[in-house]
Design a protein around this ligand. Structure first.
Ligand code: HEC
Length: 219
């Protein structure tokens, strides 16, 4: 009995902490959302796989490989009315996008899309920030790029092209054989990545090249 009570207590305390941290987070000023780096890669990487919303198949009439295509699922200024948002918050099942077995978007990713829609679903904001290539770490720099642009296709039980980019030891061989840098640079002899999407921002490409040139360390 005592055991049970303490489990309840911990669950309750845990939930309280989660709720409180959410509230405080909402009150922090948020950085502006940049379509090119925050929204497009997320959608292209998770929604344009073969059989889905790409320019060839246009599943359900949607081609999410372009800004115009993404906008067609958006009610500008009203995220709750936008199908792009509504499908993300469906319960597990056929209507939930990305469709299972793909993982649902995280709360942060969903919030990002909701905020972008509320803020007018603008395509170009001045999102230039200085490109820092002095120190490029796998964890701090490379992982966020891969998660944002690549692992929608390159992870899970059936990664596209049989290439899994979800951890350092899995990424390392592609760094070493040149295909990681070659594919994001759109160099000849490599498939251009992200597939179906626009080229990564020049800064991210340079950071990947720097990390590869450093020997692709697990840093
Ligand atoms: C929409 C799905 C999709 C996205 C997003 C995507 N890829 Fe790919 N990728 C593929 C598929 C499919 C293949 C295998 C077919 C091919 O080589 O074109 C592939 C192949 C590759 C290859 C092997 C290329 C070669 O020439 O040997 C590398 C490396 C790669 N991807 C890295 C990346 C990186 C890095 C990103 C993110 C910047 C990324 N991919 C984003 C679908 C994707």
């Amino acid at each position: 009995m005592k055991m049970k009570l303490s489990i309840f207590f911990f669950l309750f305390a845990g939930m309280l902490v989660m709720l409180l941290s959410r509230c405080t987070k909402d009150h922090l000023p948020d950085p502006p959302i940049c379509y090119q780096t925050d929204i497009e890669p997320l959608i292209v990487s998770n929604c344009t796989q073969s059989g889905c919303h790409n320019s060839v198949e246009k599943s359900a009439g949607y081609d999410f490989s372009t800004y115009e295509g993404i906008l067609s699922a958006v009610e500008v200024g009203h995220y709750k009315k936008s199908s792009l948002y509504k499908v993300l918050i469906q319960p597990f099942g056929e209507k939930r996008m990305p469709q299972p077995p793909a993982e649902p978007f995280s709360d942060e990713q969903i919030t990002l899309i909701a905020r972008w829609i509320e803020e007018g679903a603008i395509q170009s904001l001045d999102c230039q920030s200085a490109c820092d290539t002095t120190f490029v770490g796998y964890n701090g720099t490379i992982t966020p790029i891969l998660v944002n642009y690549c692992t929608g296709c390159h992870s899970g039980s059936q990664p596209q092209g049989d290439i899994d980019l979800s951890s350092w030891s899995k990424v390392k061989p592609y760094a070493d054989n040149g295909s990681l840098a070659g594919s994001v640079r759109h160099a000849s002899g490599y498939s251009a990545m992200p597939q179906n999407g626009s080229k990564l921002p020049e800064c991210s490409i340079r950071q990947i090249e720097k990390w590869v040139a450093d020997g692709a360390p697990n840093n």
